[in-house]
Write a protein that binds this ligand. Structure first.
Ligand code: C2E
Ligand code: CA
Ligand code: CA
Ligand code: CA
Length: 276
C-alpha cells in the first residue's frame, strides 16, 4: 500500500505500529493492575548533611508486571495519567507510603510524588488527610512532591492547595527544580517548604566553573527564601564534596548513598534489629 508521498513515512510505519500496539497492550494491562496488587512502592533514603543521617525516604512506585517484570514509573505513569487511573493509583501510593513510614523510626519521614494531573483535577487534600488518618502517621512526617509542570495553569489555585497542605502540617516540595519554564516565579509565589534541585545541575559542576556557580546561586537563593535545599542525583564523592562545600545545601539524594529499595529492605536498613 502506498503511504503518503515520502519514503520515510512508509519506512517508519511498521515501527510506529508496533509501538502503538505495545502501548495499547500496556494500557490494557494497567487498568486491572491495581486491583490485582501488582504495584509496589520502593523507597530511596535522603540524607541530611547536618545530621549525617537519613531523614526522609522518597516513595517511588513500580509495577511488578506478570510477564514484563519490574516496570519503571516512566513507562506507566504517563499512561495512568492519560487514562485517568492516576487518581486511584496516586491515592494508593499515598496510603501505602504513609502506612509503611509509620513502621519506621519516628524521626524519619516519607516524600510522595503527586502527579500534575492529580494536582489539577484531583482531590489531593482529601487523599492526604485520609492516608494520614488511616495510617496514624503524624502529618509532619509527610512531604508531597510536585514538579513544576504541575503548576503551569493556575498559580492561584495551586497556592491555596499548597497553603491548605501546609496548614495541615504536611511539607510541600518543588521537585525537579530548574527544569521548567517559570521556576523562579514559583519560588516567589508559592509556599514551598523544600526545593529539590534537579540532578542536571550537577552535570559538569567543578570548583569555580559556570555550572558550579549556577548550582550555588540557585541553592543560596532557595535557602535565603527559607526553604530546605536538596540536591538530587548525587552519584560521586566529588559531587558530594562540592555540595557540602557550599554550606547551604541541607539534604542529598542519589545512588552514592542508596538506590531505591523495597519496603522490607528499607525497613531493615532504618530499624536494624538490635541484639536482645
Ligand atoms: P523523581 O521524582 O525525580 O524521582 C527521582 C528519580 O531519580 C527516581 O527514578 C530515582 O530512582 C532516580 N535517582 C535517584 N538517585 C539517582 C542518581 O543518583 N542518579 C540517577 N541517574 N537517578 C537517580 P524512578 O524511580 O525511575 O522515578 C522516575 C520518576 O517517576 C520520578 O522522578 C517521578 O517523577 C515519577 N514517579 C515515581 N513514583 C511516582 C509516584 O508514585 N507518583 C507519580 N505521580 N510519579 C512518580
Ligand atoms: Ca520526586
Ligand atoms: Ca526529582
Ligand atoms: Ca535552610
Amino acid at each position: 500500500a502506498k503511504v503518503g508521498g515520502r519514503g520515510s513515512v512508509q519506512f517508519f510505519q511498521p515501527a510506529m505500529q508496533a509501538e502503538a500496539h505495545a502501548r495499547r497492550e500496556l494500557e490494557d494491562d494497567l487498568r486491572p493492575a491495581l486491583g490485582r496488587g501488582e504495584f509496589e512502592v520502593h523507597y530511596q533514603p535522603i540524607r541530611s548533611l547536618r545530621e549525617d543521617a537519613f531523614v526522609v525516604c522518597e516513595a517511588l512506585v513500580r509495577w511488578r508486571h506478570p510477564r514484563r517484570g519490574l516496570v519503571p514509573p516512566s513507562d506507566f505513569i504517563p499512561i495512568a495519567e492519560e487514562i485517568g487511573l492516576i487518581h486511584e493509583l496516586g491515592a494508593w501510593v499515598l496510603s501505602t507510603a504513609c502506612r509503611e513510614c509509620a513502621l519506621w523510626p519516628s524521626n524519619i519521614g516519607v516524600a510522595v510524588n503527586v502527579s500534575a494531573v492529580q494536582f489539577r483535577h484531583g482531590d489531593v487534600l482529601a487523599q492526604v488527610t485520609q492516608a494520614l488518618r488511616t495510617s496514624g502517621l503524624a502529618a509532619a512526617r509527610l512531604e508531597v512532591e510536585v514538579t513544576e509542570s504541575a503548576l503551569v495553569d493556575d498559580v492561584q489555585a495551586t497556592g491555596s492547595l499548597l497553603r491548605l497542605l501546609r496548614g495541615a502540617g504536611v511539607g510541600v516540595s518543588l521537585d525537579d527544580f530548574g527544569t521548567g519554564y517559570s521556576s523562579l516565579s514559583y519560588l516567589r509565589a508559592l509556599p514551598f517548604s523544600k526545593v529539590k534541585i534537579d540532578r542536571s545541575f550537577l552535570d559538569g559542576a567543578e570548583v569555580g566553573n559556570r555550572a558550579m556557580l549556577l548550582l550555588e546561586g540557585i541553592a543560596r537563593l532557595s535557602d535565603a527564601l527559607g526553604m530546605t535545599v536538596v540536591v538530587e542525583g548525587v552519584e560521586t564523592p566529588e559531587q558530594l564534596k562540592l555540595i557540602a562545600s557550599l554550606g547551604c545545601i541541607e539534604q542529598v539524594q542519589g545512588f552514592l548513598f542508596s538506590r531505591p529499595m523495597t519496603a522490607d529492605l528499607i525497613q531493615a536498613v532504618l530499624s536494624p534489629i538490635t541484639p536482645a
